[in-house]
Structure formats: C-alpha cells, structure tokens
Design a protein around this ligand. Structure first.
Ligand code: FES
Length: 176
C-alpha cells in the first residue's frame, strides 16, 4: 500500500447504502465478505473512482470483516484505485490483438495530445491514460475501457472525438 495519505470526503448516501445492502443480500448472512468486490466497485464509483484507507475501513465495517481483508483485495486488483485519479480514465488494452492493431501508437498519440505519461493525471484532473491486460473484446481491437463502457476499433480520429466529448461533459461513465 502506498505511504502517501490522500484525503477523501466520504459520503455514504442512502442510495449507496441501499445498493450495498442489496448486494449483500445476495449472500448468506455468514458470508457477507463474498460481496466485497461488487461493494468496492459501488463505493468507488460513488467516490470519484478511488478508495482511501478510511473508505476501505468503512467497507470493512459494513461487511463485518477486518480492514486488512479489504486492503488485500483492493491492492490486488488494478480496477481499484488507491489514490485520486483523472475523471476520465482511458484504459487501453495492451494485449496481443490490440498491440497488433496499433494500440501502442494510439496510446502514444493520446499521451502526447494530453501532455501526460502513462499513469499520470492531467493538470486539470480530467484525464489519465493506463495500459491494462486483455479486456475480452479482442475482435474489436484496438480498444479501451472508459468507465463502464468499451470504446472499440479506435483510431486517432476517435480519440480526438472522445477527448472533445469528455471536455464537453458528453461522456457517460457508468451504466447505472
Ligand atoms: S487483446 Fe485487446 S481486448 Fe483482448
């Protein structure tokens, strides 16, 4: 776990708690921990797409498990973010089909256009670029994930349009 301690405002709204309780209800009472992954997704989505230590502790409390059990999961999977990230995270698939179809050139192009390196956030806090493993949409290469959605058959022109749409607040990140 990173040593830098980032501050986060925690807001467990009634809507969020209802959703968490609904997820927990899918499992037996003595297996509440089984809801950990989907609960972390919900909580992260509701908190600017990242999880502070305090927020993970809150999840542990809700599920009745130890904080370390939450840290273990959150630090293992790359889809959980442990520090503030850009609002629009461009997660390019860097596995074989996407590489063969030019994803690395598109990543370089995107980074250059945004003025950031891989894993860096733009100064306005809007964008971040990451490389991830196969997202299971190999037939649509080159592709990336943006929020809950896949952007497929990418080209430089599509990247230009996506960035413009993000800046114009036209991009929906979550499907709920
Ligand atoms: S190789 Fe890119 S989605 Fe599978």
């Amino acid at each position: 776990m990173e040593r830098i301690h980032y501050k986060q405002e925690i807001n467990m709204t009634e809507t969020l708690m209802n959703r968490i309780n609904e997820l927990i209800s899918h499992y037996p009472e003595d297996k509440r921990k089984s809801a950990l992954l989907p609960v972390l997704h919900e909580v992260q989505d509701a908190h600017d797409n990242w999880l502070s230590i305090e927020l993970m502790d809150k999840v542990a409390d809700i599920l009745g498990i130890l904080p370390i059990e939450v840290y273990e999961v959150a630090t293992f999977y790359t889809m959980y973010n442990l520090k503030p990230i850009g609002k629009y995270m461009f997660e390019f698939c860097q596995t074989s089909c996407c590489c063969l179809n030019g994803v690395e050139d598109l990543m370089d192009y995107t980074c250059e256009k945004l003025g950031v390196g891989i894993g860096e956030t733009t100064a306005d806090g809007l964008f971040e670029v990451r490389g991830v493993e196969c997202l299971g949409a190999c037939g649509y290469a080159p592709m990336m994930q943006l929020g809950d959605f896949y952007k497929e058959h990418l080209t430089r022109e599509k990247i230009d349009q996506l960035i413009a749409d993000c800046r114009d607040n036209k991009i929906i990140l979550h499907d709920k």
